[in-house]
Design a binder for this molecule. Structure first.
Ligand SMILES: NC(=O)c1ccc[n+]([C@@H]2O[C@H](COP(=O)([O-])OP(=O)(O)OC[C@H]3O[C@@H](n4cnc5c(N)ncnc54)[C@H](O)[C@@H]3O)[C@@H](O)[C@H]2O)c1
Length: 230
């Protein structure tokens, strides 16, 4: 398995767009695939807007913005991802849709390519088993908004090779994120911790322990956001 240079992103929603920005800013060549031409154009438009804001705030220079944009291509053809070293799938959270997509990617992406999913909740092993290269399938779970959130869970299904996980961890680190390696269990680490916490908050409100505002405010301070996005 070689080094990662070209990264494919499948899905042009909130996470797909964020992942494209993260990978392109880290210096990777990025191809984003949307189902429609309009969706593909929308990713480039959204990225341009986001980078323009960063230029206005003097976080990046115009040269840096142009260099990032030059590294990003958007397409409505899955076939364009053939030469990617790593493809991260970030489409709708639906197991049947993702399994179908992995079996298509299996046919398209070069044999050495790693196939990853950004799923928050689905068993990664099920996606691995939809391919002929289960050793090269893993989870790379970014949080929302991907350009800002530091933590990334790298999920290792029992089928994944150590080399695959090593490459995924290296990719995440070069993106400037903090990677944690996690077994393929429901909720991984973060959501497995978070959901009982949220359920307890609901129970506290039901039991009249405190007002909704006070409980929600407390949750906001704990997560630093006022709300939490998985
Ligand atoms: N939103 C979050 O907070 C968050 C955080 C971490 C991970 N995730 C995960 O990221 C993935 C994408 O989530 P999102 O929030 O970007 O969703 P989104 O709704 O913003 O985008 C979903 C994308 O999937 C595409 N899509 C919808 N139906 C499809 C189909 N049948 N076939 C192929 N593509 C289809 C849409 O066109 C869109 O590009 C999910 O697996 C989700 O669990 C989401």
């Amino acid at each position: 398995m070689g080094d990662i240079n070209a990264v494919g992103i499948v899905g042009s929603g909130i996470m797909g767009s964020g992942l494209a920005e993260v990978a392109a800013k880290a210096g990777y060549d990025v191809i984003v695939r949307s189902r429609t031409r309009a969706g593909a154009d929308g990713v480039v438009g959204g990225l341009t807007k986001s980078l323009d804001k960063q230029v206005a705030k003097e976080k990046i220079t115009t040269d840096e913005r142009d260099a990032v944009l030059a590294r990003v291509t958007a397409t409505d053809h899955l076939g364009k991802l053939a030469d990617c070293d790593l493809v991260i799938e970030s489409v709708v959270e639906d197991l049947a849709v993702k399994k179908e997509l992995f079996s298509e990617l299996e046919q398209i992406v070069k044999p050495a390519g790693i196939l990853a999913t950004n799923t928050s909740t689905l068993p990664v092993v099920e996606l691995a088993m939809a391919t002929q290269r289960p050793d090269q399938v893993c989870g790379i779970h970014f949080f929302n908004p991907a350009p800002l959130m530091k933590l990334v869970e790298v999920i290792k299904p029992i089928t994944a090779s150590d080399d695959t996980i090593k490459s995924a961890l290296a990719f995440v680190t070069t993106c400037g994120k903090d990677a944690v390696e996690v077994a393929d269990r429901a909720g991984f680490v973060v959501n497995a911790l978070l959901f009982p916490y949220l359920n307890n908050a609901v129970r506290m409100y039901e039991q009249g322990t405190a007002s909704m505002d006070d409980i929600a405010g407390q949750l906001g301070r704990k997560t630093g956001r006022g709300f939490y996005q998985y």
